[in-house]
Design a protein around this ligand. Structure first.
Ligand code: DX5
Ligand code: ZN
Length: 214
């Protein structure tokens, strides 16, 4: 299993120790949640923080934009050091165009679905994207309980990917711990995002290893 710890649960007053922990861990990526207070009812951090983090963190940055009109920010994410740019399907007017502009900027393109958005919405974009991020909580906050219906969506998405020429990875975000993580592994997930499960632990490196082993 690939693991993408979510910085949202880190210590914003002093990120360096948390980033050094990530560098020393088995994490595959660092997940960074950008929120605009419009698409979601919360505001987190923006591009200057991503840029500063990219100078210390040696893992590829998995940037999750919870903002309206994310196509406006493609060059900002790229300039800040983004590796994957995840945009919400619900926030894009022209998703096909946005995905290709993300590729033109040299990044991997991810499309994200809220819990109530069906996997069938991806049928005509699945071969163009590098990753699908399924939200297993309503976006905006860490520490929420996992929505069980996500397991059905992962199985549907796995079937859609396997029935096409898509090479998309399946990433899941929200309420992940060793229990929900092992259910997601069995359902066909490739990447687990975990915020409070990792950063809320006394031994976060061990928590990352537990998820890696699923
Ligand atoms: C929520 C964010 C998540 C969040 C997950 O909108 O997209 O990445 O950090 O937090 P946990 O793992 O605590 O549910
Ligand atoms: Zn996220």
């Amino acid at each position: 299993m690939k693991v993408s710890p979510s910085l949202l649960a880190a210590n914003f007053a002093d990120l360096t120790p948390d980033l050094e922990m990530i560098n020393a861990s088995e994490a595959d990526y660092l997940h960074m949640d950008v929120m605009d207070g419009v698409f979601v009812p919360n505001i987190s951090f923006g591009f200057p923080v991503i840029k500063s983090v990219s100078k210390i963190c040696n893992k590829p940055l998995d940037v999750h934009l919870m903002v309206v009109d994310p196509e406006k920010w493609i060059s900002a994410v790229s300039d800040a050091g983004g590796y994957i740019m995840n945009v919400h399907l619900e926030a894009c007017r022209h998703l096909h165009s946005t995905v290709h502009l993300i590729h033109d900027a040299g990044m991997k393109a991810g499309v994200t679905l809220c819990p109530s958005t069906p996997v069938s919405m991806l049928v005509d974009i699945i071969e163009d994207v590098d990753l699908v991020l399924l939200m297993s909580v309503n976006p905006g906050f860490g520490g929420q309980p996992f929505i069980k219906n996500t397991l059905k969506k992962v199985r549907e998405l796995r079937a859609l990917i396997d029935s096409t020429d898509s090479h998309a990875l399946i990433e899941i975000d929200g309420g992940i711990n060793e229990t929900t993580g092992s259910e997601l592994a069995a359902a066909g997930a490739d990447i687990l995002v975990a915020g409070s499960y990792v950063f809320g632990a006394l031994n976060p490196i061990e928590r990352i290893s537990i998820l890696k082993a699923l």
